[in-house]
Design a protein around this ligand. Structure first.
Ligand SMILES: Nc1ncc2cc(-c3cccc4ccccc34)c(N3CC[C@@H](N)C3)nc2n1
Ligand SMILES: [Ca+2]
Length: 451
């Protein structure tokens, strides 16, 4: 007799804070958890949080967290019913979604076909254009004369992007015709080596857009809801550093249009489970960029303004249940900001900094949330993503939330490794940020870190 109506046992195919996050939801639901860990993670917190834990291989991700066969073997041995991929690693690998299903487990995420479609920026752009979702003008021709004619028709600058790309890899800005051929060749080379697919396309370049993304949720019956938007413009080398919900410049009218577009995107690709539709926003217009077919790092700020548990919802819809909330039950109350605490040195080009944490004290008090995988005495392994904690603050207004985040940052003590905490403190004290004037090149402005 299962202790809940969803699954008896879930294998979490991930590590770090997101593995702990998923295990917390499972524990609250009476679902047993299985952790997988590499040799470098033998003492990791996610191993301690799970009901069972299995060593899956050496530290390098290809030998462990990316090793599909080994993970499925453990799921079989442990008698898991479902697998949660977290984010990163295998989360958006279409073949993993298929392999999980083929092996008889439930994949807590979308189907192989959906992941595959959204993995191609060109296919998803074409499909969303045909569905009437705003997209930036583009061409997939790399012929010099056709590309030249396209660029001249919409005006320089334009940008060359990799279709199989992500995270800004393979993007080359083109300011004039003389740069066109080399940009196409450079992006194609990068795309081929990074993604094994040299397909590129060219689109209108927006100088200082905002990155606004809409959280959507869909069940296996085709129902889709949105859970408002997040602004994620403060990034560095396409790694988000600070996210907030709702977006400071959102109006009811713009929100209505963007959330409708986001739900059209989800319906067009038969989406199931949690997903995020990314838009670029510039002077009142928004444009579909891509869809992320996973639960994102910054799902936290959406949980804080809606009061919902998104991992619980993922498990419910993956088990075949209808969406647990109707659209009119999803409310946006207050404001939330997330600061990603990375083991990097913001004053030395964000160089990753591994090492042992000698002292650790996390903030607390009203409206503070910490999702982390660290503790005093923990040694940060060098081979994985540098994010070690997420500090979130929520309050009723953005102004109060910024003040609360500023206060929490003064309380956060992490001794033994360099972190991005000083950068976050500088941003929370920066007049432009406080005024809500963020855009994607915010951190390029040298005055930011000299507050
Ligand atoms: N046509 C056009 N114009 C301006 C752009 C600017 C960016 C961009 C560039 C640099 C940082 C960014 C931060 C958030 C959102 C976008 C960006 C961008 N991308 C795409 C992947 C994403 N991580 C960055 N695509 C763009 N596309
Ligand atoms: Ca993406």
């Amino acid at each position: 007799m299962s202790k809940n109506e969803y699954f008896d046992k879930v294998l979490v195919a991930n590590r770090g804070e997101i593995a702990i996050r998923v295990m917390r939801a499972c524990r609250e639901m009476g679902i047993e958890t299985v952790a997988v860990y590499s040799e470098a993670d033998a003492n990791a917190l996610h191993v301690k949080y799970a009901d069972e834990a299995f060593l899956i291989g050496a530290a390098h991700p290809t030998k462990s967290y990316l090793n599909m066969d080994r993970i499925l073997e453990v799921a079989e041995m442990a008698g898991a019913d479902a697998i949660h991929p977290g984010y990163g690693f295998l989360a958006e690998k279409a073949a993993f979604s298929a392999a999980v299903k083929k092996a008889g487990f439930t994949f807590i995420g979308p189907s192989e076909a959906t992941i595959k479609m959204m993995g191609s920026k060109l296919d998803s752009k074409q499909a969303m254009h045909d569905a009437g979702v705003p997209v930036l003008p583009w061409t997939q021709s790399t012929d010099h004369d056709e590309a030249k004619a396209f660029a001249e028709s919409i005006g320089y600058p334009v940008i060359v992007k990799a279709s199989a790309g992500g995270g800004g890899i393979g993007m080359t800005i083109v300011n004039n015709e003389a740069e066109l051929d080399e940009a196409i060749a450079k992006s194609s080379r990068t795309a081929a080596s990074a993604f094994g697919d040299s397909t590129v396309f060219i689109e209108k370049y927006l100088a200082k857009p905002r990155h606004i993304e809409v959280q959507v949720f869909a069940d296996s019956k085709g129902d889709v809801i949105h859970m408002y938007e997040r602004e994620c413009s403060i990034q560095r080398r396409h790694q988000k550093l600070i996210e907030e919900a709702p977006c400071p410049i959102m109006t009811d009218e713009l929100r209505e249009r963007m959330t409708q577009s986001a739900m059209t995107v989800a319906k067009t690709c038969n989406y199931e489970n949690a997903g995020t539709v990314e838009f670029l926003y510039d002077s009142g217009n928004y444009y579909f960029m891509e869809m992320n077919t996973r639960l994102q790092v910054e799902h936290t700020v959406t949980e804080l303004i809606t009061g919902l548990d998104m991992v619980r919802m993922q498990i419910q819809v993956a088990a075949g249940e209808p969406l647990p909330y109707a659209q009119d039950q999803i409310t946006c109350r207050g404001h939330a900001i997330e600061c990603r605490v990375n083991a990097e040195d913001p004053m030395n080009n964000f160089q990753a900094d591994a090492g042992k944490i000698s002292r650790y004290r996390s903030p607390g008090g009203p409206g503070i949330r910490i999702d982390s995988c660290i503790h005093a005495g923990y040694s940060i392994p060098p081979l994985y993503d540098s994010m070690i904690a997420k500090l979130c603050a929520r309050a009723m207004t953005r102004e109060e939330t910024v003040a609360r985040m500023r206060r929490a940052l003064t309380e956060y003590v992490i001794i033994g490794v360099k972190t991005t905490l000083p950068l976050h403190y500088a941003v929370m004290n920066n007049p432009e940020f406080i005024a809500g004037n963020t855009h994607t090149h915010f951190l390029q402005d040298p005055t930011i870190t000299q507050s």
